[in-house]
Design a protein around this ligand. Structure first.
Ligand code: FAD
Length: 476
């Protein structure tokens, strides 16, 4: 028997056939969301309970192979895909998807890591409450993946990143022991808050098996508007004004270029154009609330003022839920439209809000100066200073030439990010894709701290080796 076959047989003997998937059946776990990267693994483990996860960890430890946790596999930085397939086993949380508790009086819930975000949100809404994390991948991504990447999304400006929604965690540690921190207390200052270590750790410190989260009142009124503007500068001015004028009820503020409509319609040809003319810039804005406020009136009055002052030059307020959904499809369809054009650079960077227009101008100018045949597409959650400045090589080029342009564009943009004091990863994490750029920018003290934490919790680097940092490893 080959070493691979021996290891698979050993895993099945220790864990039973039901938990261990091998052979052709594992292909779908081994490719990234865009299909740009195809990898492999020794096997995929699919636990049903926290105790199963613990058993999986002990079994793989005994064989000296490392684990790559995987949720919905929608991550955009290759954190959940093996890069050493001969020595790595994927552990998928997809079968751990129960809501263990939902307490409408306490505004809290405990949900297993493999629950799909969109399904969980639906269940919470059926109970009359609201879980505000919202992102384009919510039909597939899982709560455990959201926690492990500290996901952002469209509602961050109102409700914060995932970290701010987490009350407690259950985590299986690299030695198989279980960290039980599933408290739903709002206030708990008993020393260092250990759960924070695992949020955004991308599975490098343990496997999140369940999460206690905050729930919010369900917004009974939502007003959505698509607005045409003269420039990105005006979009920032409009955002600031909305922060002051909309009583902190603004829940989304997304920036899109005119190209958004072309890209979205390449993915969804039936989408009807929402505005007749073309404007240099667009904002998709949402205000929402529950209780006694009149959200429609607030949106009307806010936009009247912005139109009178020339900050907004065109726009439409959604007249129904389906109209609002249609407007959002342009924002979401942009990603699919870009994916259809083939391999391209996807960045996820942030700079201080006031510097955002200058950053986009400088970065796009620098890219176009070096790569004039490429197309820049800048859009995103600009209320958070977060922009996806993507670069699309000409579709007719051979793959190697596309990859070369992607690499060059990434370096150019990262240099501009550095010059603006920004972050090369605003919300997607580091994974394997951004590791070299992350490591190259890591100050010594931060590196020492990260290494000390990793060594204390995962001394053999068994957990998602190769993700985030290239920690010294004792694995053969
Ligand atoms: P995976 O992709 O499976 O894994 C991501 C990382 O977390 C990996 O390192 C993996 O090892 C680790 N991990 C997964 N589950 C666990 C677990 N239970 N325990 C420990 N580690 C684990 N992200 C945003 O932040 N904001 C957005 O607006 C956004 N929009 C997106 C839109 C689209 C169309 C797509 C495809 C992606 C988008 N993303 C966005 C990225 C992605 O959806 C998020 O990073 C998401 O949180 C990943 O969840 P997942 O379950 O798919 O995790």
């Amino acid at each position: 028997m080959t070493q691979k076959a021996t290891r698979i047989a050993a895993l099945k003997a220790m864990l039973g056939d039901d938990l261990v998937l091998a052979g052709e059946d594992i292909a779908r776990y081994c490719r990234d969301w865009h299909g740009d990267v195809i990898s492999d693994a020794l096997a995929v483990l699919r636990p049903r309970t926290t105790e199963d996860v613990s058993a999986c960890v002990r079994a793989t430890n005994s064989l000296g192979v490392s684990l790559v946790p995987q949720g919905g596999n929608t991550g955009l930085v290759l954190g959940g895909i093996p890069d050493e397939p001969a020595h790595q086993v994927i552990i998928s949380l997809e079968r751990m998807n129960r809501i263990r508790m939902l307490d409408t009086d306490d505004f809290s819930a405990v949900v297993e890591a493999g629950a799909v975000l969109g399904s969980f949100k639906d269940k919470v809404e059926e109970a009359g409450l609201f879980f505000p994390l919202a992102l384009g991948a919510q039909g597939s991504c899982q709560i455990g993946g959201n926690v492990s990447t500290n996901a952002g999304g469209i509602n961050v400006l109102r409700y914060g990143m995932t970290r701010e929604l987490v009350l407690g965690l259950e985590v299986v540690l690299p030695d198989g022991s279980i960290f039980d921190g599933l408290s739903t207390l709002r206030k708990d200052n008993r020393g260092i808050d250990l759960k924070q270590l695992f949020i955004g750790a991308e599975g490098t410190l343990g496997i999140v098996t369940a999460v206690a989260v905050k729930l919010m009142p369900k917004p009974s009124q939502v007003a959505t508007a698509l607005l045409g503007l003269k420039s990105l500068e005006d979009a920032i001015a409009l955002y600031r004004r909305a922060r002051h004028d909309c009583c902190d009820l603004m829940s989304a503020f997304e920036f899109m270029p005119p190209l958004a409509f072309t890209l979205a319609r390449e993915a969804m040809p039936d989408l009807a154009m929402p505005l007749s003319g073309e404007n240099p810039a667009y904002v998709l804005m949402e205000i929402s609330g529950s209780g006694l406020v009149d959200i429609d009136d607030l949106m009307q009055r806010f936009l009247e003022g912005a139109l009178n002052d020339g900050l907004v030059i065109d726009g439409v307020i959604a007249s129904s839920n389906s109209h609002a959904r249609n407007l959002w499809l342009f924002r979401e369809g942009m990603n699919e439209g870009q994916a259809k054009r083939g391999p391209h650079l996807r960045t996820d960077v942030s700079v201080p809000l006031s510097k955002l227009p200058a950053f986009v101008r400088d970065a796009e100018t620098a890219v176009m100066a070096s790569l004039p045949d490429c197309l820049c597409v800048s859009y995103g959650h600009i209320g958070d200073g977060n922009v996806h400045l993507n670069v699309l090589p000409p579709s007719h080029l051979p793959r190697a030439e596309k990859d070369q342009r992607i690499y060059l564009a990434k370096n150019i943009i990262n240099e501009v990010v550095d010059a603006f004091g920004g972050s090369i990863s605003a919300e997607h994490g580091i994974g394997r894709l951004k590791r070299p750029d992350f490591e190259a920018r890591l100050p010594d003290v931060q590196r020492q701290l990260l290494t000390a934490i990793k060594t204390a919790i995962d001394p053999n680097s068994d957990m998602n080796r190769g993700c985030q940092l290239n920690f010294a490893s004792t694995i053969p």
